[in-house]
Design a binder for this molecule. Structure first.
Ligand code: UD1
Length: 417
């Protein structure tokens, strides 16, 4: 099992680029099924979750080639409509294949999706919305057997929570439904807009993506498209946290700064200097950070739950106390126990965590248990005195492309062993 070995307290400096967004790439890969044609995706990140999606596409009969950030998927040869458990359990977003398969073939069968264990991750909103679009769903001992008896038809769908995945599943399915679908309380994440942009390039008619109400006028057919995936805002937030943890100064390129609004304001509260120059951020952090008062995770444009863990790793040795309130996932503090091994002072009670900044962290052997928790440990280890060995790197590889090389180029002492 590989580990990242990090000798901390090396001030990060230099420039780094942000790769394409995992959370855009995964739904868009599922959506390539719809056209039965060739789609070309640029800026596609090379991540284990992307490999998981490619495995599903190939299993279903699609031709997929992935080289140097460009992924070509031809879904003409699709010849299956069920996904085996082993492929479904690799990641949460495999559930988006449900909407895509139903839209293309009118039937689909699959089990409950897998993914990081950050709390119960129900799919009730997905299933309810799909049934509103005309899908019949039978739960056969944990296997969902779904079919569309009378064609997909547009509907008014009001989500009780702005679920990212449910919004994506609806948009995909409704793109080729008969008539108009209106989603209210839709998720507003930038990745929703990216999916809408891809689908619209394929010939779909979606408006309002990025706002609370999304309108999808169904069309009869879609064609393939060429699309460039947006930069990964969580990778950007993590690299800035890595820098701030070491009191460093870096420039991040190839990102969309406006996607990071709520995160950047926390970094500024910590005493970091943030200067936006087009698609780059120049970032300068002080020797010791000031603890931000309160961090509440919220749906976009609020503070992203995916940045909670890396930021907690970053402020563990700040000056002062921070109150975290995790409003999105129930079990998203798995990294806290490991941060304590490094000398952090954090207490958790339900969805609340209180971090009392310590003078310094020390290196330790720690194990990640989920993707963003892994990032938290890397961030903390970079700012800790001495050597850390971070296990559970398979989680990190779900969302960060070759992070050891990126951090080494910035002057970090990081090796994979
Ligand atoms: C996506 C992101 C993930 C991010 C999350 C929240 C991808 C591939 N993953 O996950 O990185 O942390 O958004 O920004 O894009 N819920 C239900 N029923 C449902 C669906 C969701 O109760 O049917 C709940 C979830 O348990 C959770 C909340 O809604 O508490 C948000 O989940 P959702 O927005 O759906 O997250 P994902 O799409 O799984």
């Amino acid at each position: 099992m590989s580990r990242l070995v990090i000798n901390g307290m090396k001030r990060l400096k230099g420039e780094a680029s942000v790769h394409g967004a995992k959370n855009s790439a995964l739904p868009i890969l599922a959506a390539t099924l719809l056209s039965g044609d060739e789609s070309i995706l640029h800026n596609c990140p090379d991540l284990s979750d992307v490999s998981g999606s490619i495995n599903i596409l190939r299993y279903l009969g699609c031709d997929v080639e992935f080289n140097g950030g460009t992924l070509v998927c031809n879904s003409r040869g699709l010849n299956r409509n069920s996904i085996p458990n082993s492929l479904m359990r690799e990641m949460r977003s495999s559930i988006i294949f449900l909407g895509a398969l139903l839209a293309r073939t009118g039937s689909a069968s699959m089990c409950f999706p897998g993914g990081c264990e950050i709390g119960p991750r129900p799919i009730d909103l997905h299933l309810k919305a799909l049934s509103q679009l005309g899908v019949e769903i039978n739960d056969d001992h944990g296997v969902f057997k779904c079919y569309v008896p009378n064609g997909l038809s547009g509907a008014k769908i009001s989500l009780s929570f702005p679920s990212v995945g449910a919004t994506e599943n609806i948009m995909i399915c409704a793109s080729v439904a008969e008539g108009t679908t209106v989603i209210t309380n839709a998720a507003r994440e930038p990745e929703i807009c990216d999916l809408a942009d891809y689908l619209n390039s394929c010939g779909a008619n979606i408006s309002g993506a990025g706002e609370g109400t999304v309108v999808i006028d169904g069309v009869s057919t879609l064609k393939g498209a060429r699309h460039t995936i947006i930069p990964d805002r969580i990778v950007a937030a993590t690299l800035l946290a890595c820098c701030a943890s070491t009191g460093g100064r870096i420039r991040l390129d190839h990102l969309i700064p406006s996607h990071l609004g709520a995160v950047l304001s926390i970094y500024e509260e910590c005493g970091c200097n943030v200067s936006i120059q087009g698609s780059s951020i120049c970032f300068d952090s002080p020797q010791r950070l000031t603890a931000p008062k309160i961090i509440r995770t919220m749906p976009y444009p609020g503070f992203p739950t995916d940045a909670q863990a890396p930021v907690m790793g970053m402020i563990a040795k700040s000056k002062g106390t921070t109150l975290f309130i995790e409003n999105i996932f129930e079990n998203r503090y798995l990294h806290v126990g490991e941060l304590l091994r490094m000398g952090a002072n954090i207490k958790v009670e339900g969805k609340v965590a209180v971090s009392q900044g310590v003078e310094c962290l020390h290196g330790a052997e720690v194990d990640a248990m989920d993707l963003r928790g892994a990032a938290a440990l890397i961030v903390a280890a970079l700012g800790a005195e001495g050597r850390s060995a971070v296990g559970g790197i398979k989680y990190l590889d779900r969302g960060y492309e070759n992070i050891e090389a990126v951090l080494s180029n910035l002057g970090g002492d990081v090796k994979r062993i």
